[in-house]
Ligand binder design. Structure first.
Ligand SMILES: Cc1cc2nc3c(=O)[nH]c(=O)nc-3n(C[C@H](O)[C@H](O)[C@H](O)COP(=O)(O)OP(=O)(O)OC[C@H]3O[C@@H](n4cnc5c(N)ncnc54)[C@H](O)[C@@H]3O)c2cc1C
Length: 182
């Protein structure tokens, strides 16, 4: 088939690559002069399979209420008289129950693990180099309450095969990055 991929960010270019591998004739179109010039240009660059807590979790409704009206909130939600926005909000709330959160963590870990192995294969197949580092990521919490809330999801992710380890502050400053696989 002849395929047009609209958008040359990380998703468009990788989709184009795999489509071409399957034998299709692919053209990538972007409104920018060069690929990867929008969201894919300067993100955090983390490949965090073990960072699989969904935004919708039991602690989210209270946080969202506290963030309302704050323009620098991590989750910016501007209330409007828009039925679709309210329906979306209701769906979001439905995903915040402990059972839905556990289910969604499982889905995210599964998708993340697949994506990571696909990326590793892509790096091997193409010789792609981009200053990648594979020592792992240290997540640290500045509130004991947030830390405690993260323990159960961390345990669940470990059970799903994530290399995720809980360390205290002393160990965090000593930690060998090579030991903290992600
Ligand atoms: C601050 C920040 C930090 C982030 N950190 C991380 C991180 O640490 N780890 C992680 O995994 N993800 C991170 N993300 C998310 C990640 O960057 C995005 O999920 C990813 O870049 C999205 O890629 P994309 O190809 O879908 O979109 P984009 O990179 O935005 O690509 C879409 C392309 O489509 C083009 N386009 C759009 N409309 C048209 C049109 N009408 N005609 C032609 N071209 C068009 C645009 O020019 C653009 O090039 C972060 C995002 C942000 C904003």
């Amino acid at each position: 088939m002849r395929v047009i991929v609209l958008g040359a960010g990380v998703v468009g270019t990788t989709s184009a690559y795999f489509l071409q591998q399957l034998g299709h004739e692919v053209t990538v179109i972007d409104r920018q002069a060069v690929p990867g010039a929008e969201t894919s240009f300067a993100n955090g660059g983390q490949i965090s399979v073990s960072h699989a807590e969904p935004w919708a979790n039991p602690g989210a409704p209270l946080k969202v209420l506290q963030w309302l009206g704050k323009e620098d909130a991590p989750l910016l939600f501007r209330l409007r008289a828009d039925m679709r926005q309210w329906l979306w909000g209701l769906q979001f709330l439905r995903e915040c129950t402990p059972a839905r959160t556990r289910h969604n963590i499982e889905q995210i870990v599964s998708l993340g693990s697949y994506s990571r192995s696909t990326l590793q294969q892509l790096r091997t197949d193409t010789g792609l180099q981009y200053d990648q580092r594979t020592q792992g990521i240290l997540h640290f919490y500045t509130s004991a309450q947030e830390f405690d809330a993260a323990l159960a999801p961390a345990e669940q992710m470990r059970a799903l095969g994530c290399h995720r380890r809980v360390v205290d502050a002393d160990e965090a400053v000593r930690i060998e990055p090579a030991l903290a696989h992600v």
